[in-house]
Design a protein. Structure first.
Length: 130
């Protein structure tokens, strides 16, 4: 059955360097998709930024809603602006940073209902991932 999810129903995640809201996942009944809204603030000296991470068995598709940034990946550095989409292949280490003067807002799509088992946060102790 179709269902509408409001942003207010999303689950807040405690990822460093960003506000991350999981709107759709297996926790709310999805069988094969996770959708997150991530907001990366303007960087300040001393900020706790997200470290590189990778998704072993699935892609990540990131759509830029607002702001500008750069995704640093093993295959290169990719500048992003509103309307851009970047596709990260399985297993490629990456991280996205805000390079602008306003918060960077991203929609992040994953073709699995639970990204935690297949995600490795580099430099983060086990049990603190995704």
């Amino acid at each position: 059955m179709a269902r509408v999810f409001s942003q207010g129903e999303g689950k807040k995640l405690g990822l460093p360097g960003r506000e991350s809201l999981e709107i759709i996942s297996g926790e709310v009944g999805a069988r094969s998709v996770t959708l997150r809204l991530a907001t990366i603030p303007i960087s300040q000296p001393g900020d706790n930024l997200r470290r590189p991470h990778q998704h072993w068995d699935f892609e990540e598709c990131i759509y830029v809603l607002a702001g500008t940034g750069v995704t640093l990946a093993e295959s290169g550095d990719f500048n992003l602006r509103p309307g851009d989409t970047i596709l990260i292949p399985p297993g490629e280490r990456h991280m996205t940073q805000n390079t602008g003067r306003v918060p960077l807002q991203l929609l992040c799509f994953f073709p699995v209902a639970n990204i935690s088992p297949g995600t490795e946060e580099l430099g983060v102790p086990a049990g603190k991932k995704s």
